[in-house]
Ligand binder design. Structure first.
Ligand code: GLN
Length: 312
């Protein structure tokens, strides 16, 4: 299998590098609009620790909404079940920054992976008025899990989003009006923009996600990150809500828990088997990496990996 996997990863990266249709780079955050759509990177880490990398595997990119997985880890650790009073666990069937559903449902966001859900989670882990506390917790966790102490926030991306993030501000203030947020709205938003602006490579990300394939334990250090039950729940949310209004389509065509970000990254896990990160900045209309999704589809089909196929 290892030999096969090396070939599959290499061939997938070559195919994606040459793909003529590459999606559209996010332009609503001006700093992200500067990215070339030519990039493609991929890293697969198997349960035995072997790493298979291809393309721009070591180039850092803005993780954006992939940070929502790690914010959830922090909130689970500090707030346990109480977290679910603030945020639901249902797919939204809508865009990541949609406002209409939030109003119809009394300010409680559907799930932790759409923007209002993630802002509510960040509010929980942002201590008082200090935005550095919330985003700092996520950054520390990512450094520790990836083993890369050099991971940092891209200040230009955070500033760029803060300067233009009026929809997120509207979502946050609306939730504050409904008492779904308890902290200072400006501090929570700043923490949220900074966590989204964390820059990591596919290799860092695939390493940071290893606990998701391993019942909540980081296989590199043996350290428990979340309980086995919490790891299953995070994977369930990634499968059902990780790609917004394309989550059903992603489960249908790839069949793996995964979380996307508008920087073009996707973190996926194959429970018991592998942790995978892909990156290509061109997005689908729903805001998910077009070639990243296609690469995962190709990988899942070539390996047989799927949560619906426990024998592979
Ligand atoms: N920071 C981005 C935003 O709030 C994250 C969205 C995403 O990656 N889908 O719009």
């Amino acid at each position: 299998m290892d030999q096969d996997l090396a070939t599959i990863v290499r061939e997938t990266a070559t195919e994606m590098a040459l793909a003529p249709v590459r999606g559209r780079v996010a332009d609503y955050i001006p700093e992200l609009a500067k990215l070339s759509d030519r990039h493609f990177g991929m890293v697969v880490i198997t349960a035995d620790g072997a790493e298979f990398a291809a393309g721009d595997a070591d180039l850092p990119f803005s993780i954006q909404s992939i940070s929502k997985v790690f914010a959830l880890v922090e909130a689970m650790a500090s707030h346990g079940e109480a977290l679910w009073q603030r945020v639901g666990r249902e797919p939204s069937g809508g865009a990541f920054n949609s406002i209409v559903q939030l109003e119809a449902e009394g300010g409680k966001p559907r799930n932790p992976f759409i923007n209002p859900g993630a802002i509510a989670v960040t509010d929980l882990i942002t201590d008082g008025d200090d935005p550095r506390a919330g985003a700092g917790r996520i950054l520390r966790l990512l450094r520790q899990l990836s083993g890369n102490g050099g991971i940092a926030m891209d200040g230009a991306v955070a500033y760029s989003e803060a300067a233009t993030g009026h929809r997120n501000a509207a979502l946050a203030h609306f939730m504050k009006a409904h008492k779904v947020l308890s902290g200072n709205v400006e501090a929570t938003l700043s923490a949220y923009f900074h966590q989204c602006a964390i820059a990591m490579s596919c290799r860092d990300l695939a390493r940071a996600g290893r606990f998701l394939m391993n019942d909540g334990v980081d296989p590199a250090s043996g350290q428990r990150v979340v309980s086995a039950e919490q790891a299953r729940r995070i994977n369930a949310l990634m499968l059902t809500c990780g790609h917004y209004d394309a989550s059903g389509d992603f489960a249908f065509s790839v069949g793996l828990p995964a979380k996307s970000g508008v920087g073009g990254g996707i973190l996926a896990s194959v429970p018991g088997r592998a942790s995978i990160a892909v990156w290509s900045p061109g997005l689908s209309p729903q805001g998910n990496s077009l070639l990243g999704t296609r690469a995962l589809e190709r990988l899942a089909s070539a390996t047989g990996w799927s949560v619906f196929n426990p024998n592979r």
